[in-house]
Design a protein around this ligand. Structure first.
Ligand code: F6P
Ligand code: MN
Length: 327
């Protein structure tokens, strides 16, 4: 049996990265316990304030955010922290070599209905050791990430992690409190017959995305010549986990619902870490056309359209967009 601690001690090249992963995953155990108590812990419901994206914060969002922030501030390798719930990045230990970004509780509207939520994290190098980190230090393309992953608080708590080119899955043993390795070198098939999208936004999508979904729904009677199945967890962490387990395509595409938003998902602490996991597992991740990991960020909280998962399907979506662009 290999635990996360064993794996990080034996395999990873960068001890600072290992140490920060340990801090995040230890907090994950506490968040998992809070979620397990659910309504009994009297922690459900609105905290009464909104995050900077104008979404209501659940109490647990705030709690998870504070727990991660406090723990990472005490980690000497962590030079700064950025979170979905914080307007600006917070400097931590100036001598640290790493920056950490996280979505403390992804899919938090699922909490009230006892469905899966998760914590997504991304670890970047810090270039100005000795000085206090600032927002600009975080603005690095996703291809610079040293490690990334998520904790999924579902029927069991799981950790998906990519470090040193490998994608691994661990399951939290509730008895021992250890993350136990259950899969190494995770890979996903290039082809799939399963897709995830919030279809209620259909009328706001651009023409190639409408055409793509029309073709999938037409199934064996349409140009694709086979049937496709839909799944939508409404927590990116749940949909991406399913794709790492059995392939598929996940998209939250560009839409015209709100002119101020280029997409719904956040580049730096949702799309980038998930894209690194998916690419290292043999899949692809784009904004429909361009590789997400090559996007140069201009804002910690910027949004991006996301199309990720099984390689051939992501590539087909790109082809449709290119065809429409050249018309
Ligand atoms: O973090 C944003 C998020 O909750 C994702 O986890 C999820 O994929 C998406 O929003 C769900 O969006 P919608 O409520 O529009 O289906
Ligand atoms: Mn989220």
């Amino acid at each position: 049996m290999t635990t996360l601690t064993h794996y990080l001690n034996d395999h990873t090249a960068n001890p600072a990265v290992s140490d920060v992963i340990t801090t995040i995953t230890e907090v994950g155990k506490t968040i998992s316990q809070l979620l397990r108590k659910g309504a009994l812990a009297d922690i459900l419901g609105e905290a009464g304030n909104q995050n900077i994206q104008g979404e209501d914060q659940k109490k647990l969002d705030v709690l998870a955010n504070d727990l991660l922030l406090d723990a990472l501030a005490q980690n000497s390798h962590c030079a700064g922290v950025a979170s979905e719930e914080l307007d600006n990045a917070t400097p931590a230990n100036a001598d640290g070599s790493l920056l950490v970004l996280f979505d403390p509780l992804d899919g938090s509207s699922n909490i009230d209905i006892n469905m899966a939520v998760g914590t997504i994290f991304s670890i970047l190098p810090y270039q100005r050791q000795g000085e206090d980190s600032e927002n600009e230090d975080f603005l690095q393309a996703g291809n610079q990430q040293l490690a990334a992953g998520y904790l999924l608080y579902g029927t069991s708590t799981m950790l998906a992690l990519t470090v040193d080119d490998n994608v691994l899955m661990f399951s939290l043993d509730p008895d021992s409190g250890d993350y136990v390795l259950i899969e190494d070198k995770v890979q996903i098939d290039a082809d799939t017959s399963e897709y995830a999208i919030n279809g209620s936004n259909y009328r706001y999508w651009c023409a190639p995305m409408q055409q793509y979904i029309d073709e999938l729904i037409a199934g064996k009677d349409g140009v694709r010549g086979r049937n496709f199945n839909t799944r939508w967890v409404a927590a990116m962490v749940g949909d991406v986990h399913r794709i790492l387990c059995r392939g598929g395509l996940f998209t939250y595409p560009f839409d015209t619902k709100d002119a101020k938003k280029a997409g719904k998902l956040r580049l730096m602490y949702e799309a980038n870490p998930m894209s690194l996991l998916i690419e290292r597992a043999g899949g692809s991740a784009t904004d429909a056309v361009n590789r997400i990991l090559d996007i140069e960020p201009t804002d910690i909280h910027q949004r991006v359209p996301v199309v990720l998962g099984s390689k051939n399907e992501v590539s087909y979506v790109k082809d449709l967009h290119m065809q429409h662009a050249s018309k």
